[in-house]
Design a protein around this ligand. Sequence first.
Ligand code: COA
Length: 355
Amino acid sequence: MLRTKIAGIGHYVPEKVVTNNDLTRVMDTSDEWIQERTGIKERRYGTKHKETTSTMGTRAAEIAIERAGIQKEDIDFIIFATLSPDYYFPGCGVLLQRELGITKTEIGALDIRNQCSGFVYGLSIADQFIKSGMYKNVLLVGAEMHSMGLEFTTKGRNVTVIFGDGAGAVVLQPTEEEGKGVLTTKLHSDGTYAEKLAFISPGSHGGYHHDKMGLDTDFGFGDEEFGEIFLNHHMIDNNMHYPNMEGQFVFKLAVQKFPEVIMEALTEAGLTPADIDMLVPHQANLRISQFVQKRMGLRDDQVWNNIQKYGNTTAASIPIALCEAWEAGAVKEGDLVCLAAFGSGFTWGSALIRF
Ligand code: COA
């Protein structure tokens, strides 16, 4: 039976370390508050003119490609997950292709917009392509340059302190080795609460969703016959071009959906939480991961957390954490690894992989 295995993995984080105390220079917050609520001590920020979402993804991909023992020309499909693309369009997949120096055009490049669950969604897509025999080397990348789009004021503090920059990548290949590879992936979505964690403007919404939901939000649209919908001065003047989040709402749903979707995958595979060698949860908040660990009855050595160093790197968080766990020898050949994510949309998902 054809399954999908991780043949190589890599990650990249920018050099610049930003501590909680550094953030107190631009907003009313404290190291104590941030650590107590999120577990985060520091995060990395990319540097203008030097790093972007796609270049960080490329650096991670180069390591994954080398570890897979293939050449970049062997890649036959790219999947790029991010919510902070270099350009609104085209996507980061083609920018990574160019940055990697892949000039052959017999290759597809797909961008996916599933925020924190982007990597799990990407893995599921890659798995279908590989199991069907269509592709032999799929490059899956999760990368984020949040620091370019956060609000560095007290108004934006609830969102800004959480997020950081970085990238992770895997090369996925078919394997016929008994019991090895991706055992299952589970994907979910519920658009009911799309605006609870969202980056609304600029966008082509034209106020539609807010009108429909009876939300009294003034986007400052004028009475021009054409245009002006995407971004206007009112939005900029009122700092509406930043992400917003109802933190407690997100928290409550996350602690419910993580265990549910992990159990769903385990049950389908005929396994239990005790069979998990390593759970690599999306690094949303250390409190969420600790809650999930307790609910699943997992020991400390069965869960990988690194949010303390990097903050929440959204689509990059799972591949960065998985890569670090693998590099530390905490994920070895034969181990059962569970990936799980929840985020904006809301979308959530899980994957079980036998290494
Ligand atoms: N520093 C200091 N105070 C802050 C702050 C910060 N960075 N951010 C918010 N506050 C303040 C609020 O203004 C509020 O003050 P008030 O009581 O005077 O109005 C107070 O802290 C409590 O705010 P609240 O939003 O209720 O805090 P919380 O305990 O829910 O913690 C989060 C906020 C964001 C840490 C928490 O809700 C969370 O982690 N949610 C999940 C977020 C997440 O995982 N997102 C990614 C999903 S993939």
